[in-house]
Structure formats: structure tokens, C-alpha cells
Write a protein of this length. Structure first.
Length: 141
């Protein structure tokens, strides 16, 4: 567990890279005292799209930019998920269409755990997304 990892970090001469998605998780809090905390912001859609379009071109895949945008947004900007979805869908067909990606992306949507700021924004923001939600739906966020 975490304690063994801390002991390993204390005694090893080899650098260890630890990555996590939730730095505030109780198990991780004890580990941060032994690590250099380097935070990365979530990459923007444009940044991901540029890299993914380059990969798609090198692999001989034809993906229109709007379809790539849809794919990235459906994966909640998770680069690993985007690459996985691309490889899965392109195994069947080397050309993706916007409508096909939109349909497949809705099936492959990632389960997203919302943070407190995301929940507050969803519950109290006026808009199409929350206007149809009941109080119980908002409480389930």
C-alpha cells in the first residue's frame, strides 16, 4: 500500500514517479510529504485535437476536425480515453464521420465523478442542461 511506497521512496536511489487524479484523497495526503508535487492543468480541447489529428494522420485515419472535437468532449478531455476510442473505432473503419463519432461517443461516455465546484456550477447555473433536472437529480450529482 501507500506505506510501503513511502518506505521505498525513502530508501531508494532510483527516482519514482507517482501520478494520481485526486491529490486530496486521504490515502494520497500521507504520500505528498515524500514527493515533489507537480500539478498539470487539464489540457484544452485544441491542444488534444492537434496531437490526436497528428496521430490519426500518421496512422492513415481520416477523422474530420468536428468529429475529433466530439470524441475529445465525450471522453471528458482524457487523452488515454480518446486514444483508446480512436483505436477501437478505427479497427473497423479507417474513415470516421461526425455522425458516427457522435453516436459511438454517446455509448462510450466515460463515467465522470464531479468535483464540488462542478456540482455547484451544474446545480445553480441556469441553462438547458439543468433546466430539466429535478431536485433529486441535482442531489444525486
Amino acid at each position: 500500500g501507500i506505506q510501503e511506497l513511502i518506505d521505498l521512496i525513502k530508501h531508494t536511489k532510483i527516482p519514482i514517479i507517482c501520478m494520481c487524479n485526486d491529490r486530496n484523497h486521504p490515502k494520497i495526503r500521507s504520500l505528498v510529504h515524500y514527493c515533489f508535487d507537480l500539478r498539470f492543468p487539464r489540457p484544452r480541447v485544441e491542444q488534444i485535437k492537434g496531437a490526436m489529428m497528428s496521430i490519426a494522420f500518421k496512422e492513415g485515419l481520416k477523422v474530420p476536425p468536428p468529429a475529433m472535437n466530439e470524441l475529445i468532449l465525450a471522453a471528458n478531455q482524457d487523452i488515454r480515453q480518446v486514444l483508446h476510442n480512436l483505436s477501437m473505432w478505427c479497427a473497423r473503419d479507417k474513415t470516421l464521420t461526425y455522425d458516427g463519432v457522435k453516436e459511438d461517443a454517446s455509448k462510450a461516455k466515460k463515467d465522470i465523478k464531479l468535483g464540488p465546484f462542478d456540482v455547484v456550477r451544474k446545480v445553480f447555473a441556469k441553462g438547458e442542461e439543468t433546466s430539466h433536472m429535478s431536485l433529486i437529480d441535482k442531489a444525486d450529482l
